[in-house]
Design a protein around this ligand. Sequence first.
Ligand SMILES: C[S@@+](CC[C@H](N)C(=O)[O-])C[C@H]1O[C@@H](n2cnc3c(N)ncnc32)[C@H](O)[C@@H]1O
Length: 342
Amino acid sequence: MDELSWEEWQSLCEMMNGYIKTQVLSTACDLGVFDAIERGATVASLSKQLEIAEHGCRVLLLGLKQLKLVSEREDGALVNAPLTRRCLLRGSAQSMVPFVHLNDKIQHRACLHFTRALREGRNAGLDEFPGDTPTLYGRMAVDPALERLFHEGMGAYTRLSPRMMAVKEFGDVSTLLDLGGGDGTNAVRLCERYPSLKVKLVDLPSVIEKARANIAAHGLADRVTCEAVDMFADPWPNGCDGVIFSHVLEIFSPDRIRFLYQKARTYLEPGGHLFVWSLMCDDDEAGGLQSVKSSLYFVTVASGEGMAYPVRNHVQWLNEAGFDTIEQYDARAIDHCALVAR
Ligand SMILES: C[S@@+](CC[C@H](N)C(=O)[O-])C[C@H]1O[C@@H](n2cnc3c(N)ncnc32)[C@H](O)[C@@H]1O
């Protein structure tokens, strides 16, 4: 048998060791390493600042330097990389630290049960979270700390991409129904970008209080209303000429998405707009990594169904429901796509 080539060996190691990158990043964020370095730290002082043993600190720095998130100057001073400064300080405008926590404490934790989820045909990762409801959303409803961590993470993740805001057809809508609108991150961004837009945000009861507080904190209570609605079971608040599903549809099975598209079709007057902002995999279903990761998360914990379906699936389901897809805004670099239908 031929020996493994260097490239094959590298490729195998990359797959076997991927979780190490996640763990080093998560631990650094848990400990506030990047903030400590930003305040000024050397290899020698960092362990004292973080109140951890020197040896452990040395191992952590080995990982962070390998990830090129931190470097060490000749005088021993530690320096955050530009990406670290931009996204991994707790207080920065584009901080992804809340999403790193969500990624670690919900997604990664649950994904350890992927094999069992496939064998048992259910979202076995839910066993990590107490309760007896069939989705992660039900489990979070009885665990306020977990639910806060989720929505802070989701808000950071959603805020990071300006692509959705570039969808110019939002300008043609006067009142937008934001289904599964979470803590209102999108509602706030859309209102800031489109000054005459009004939003009716709906989500599950435990989430709505968070949305109301966020909307009030941004002084938008006169333009954004928040209502507890189960988007499958309950009637939707009327009076909207547009609806948006942002990071919502991919959680569910094709049948449930078809149901929601049909409900939207019945709800909207002719000419009304439907917006989809969603994780979507490549059309040949061979990547990218972000769509694989989220699909595992949906199957293993969120709902036990769902996937970052390719664009062609959504276009077909929209057409079946009687919509014309009028615009497609790709964001392949982040495995996202925005669809506008009418
Ligand atoms: C991944 S979050 C997306 C939040 C937000 N739209 C965004 O883009 O950041 C999915 C949201 O759907 C909500 N959701 C799940 N099932 C729902 C249901 N049956 N009715 C209404 N909202 C639901 C969850 O509570 C959660 O806020």
